[in-house]
Design a protein around this ligand. Sequence first.
Ligand code: SAM
Length: 234
Amino acid sequence: MRFDTITIFPQMIDAYMNESIIKRAREKKLIESYAHNLRDFSADKKHKKVDDRPYGGGAGMVLGVEALSRALVKIPKKKRQLVVLFSAAGRQFDAAIAARWAKKYDQIVMIAGRYEGVDERIVKVLQATCLPDRQANYLRTRQAGNLQTVSIGPYVLTGGELPALVVIDAVARHIPGVLGSHESLEEKRHGIGVPVYTRPEVFTWRGRQYRVPKILLSGDQKKIAEWRAKRKIK
Ligand code: SAM
């Protein structure tokens, strides 16, 4: 799986991609990550400006469509490419989507917005650039097969870099070989929300003792599985 992120802060993406399980997955060539600096595609060679004031007035700046369009067509295109535009108002990203994307696509291109967001015309540019002609002609929404507008949660962040990393991490976990056997998919092993404990068996803190539930020390795997199943979030 190839991940391409268009951003004005590529080092934010690279920093995360160079640690832990994700770094190992890159070294094993299971995933590739390219953080493209949007400023490199600015027509303004001197100041590398990529934003401007919003039409209609108001505070803040808007990421322009020009450099973004140039960046988009420069990124090598794989056969099963998905393009993701981030917005707090987009479709809620979740575990099922992550698993589906890992199977369905071999490349995810992500546009990380900043400031007041991205010039809305990027949607039309994306439709014209990334979708087959027949789809682009009748498409009226921001969601269409290999073009998705995605939110990672009901809150507004300062930029799309964290959403991009959330997507990379959540999707990568579903690619065979990315997780080692002892890290295998949490949702398959214990289940999401199941409490976990490690040594010491009894933790003493400010005069009180905190114990590991007895069932987990029993060695009775059947009972342990039942105990975990009860606590699992379905
Ligand atoms: N007024 C803008 C809007 O309604 O989208 C807010 C822009 S926000 C300050 C800057 C950028 O952060 C957005 O363009 C988007 O890329 C990203 N962003 C913020 N919150 C997000 C969320 N919950 N999910 C995904 N992306 C988000």
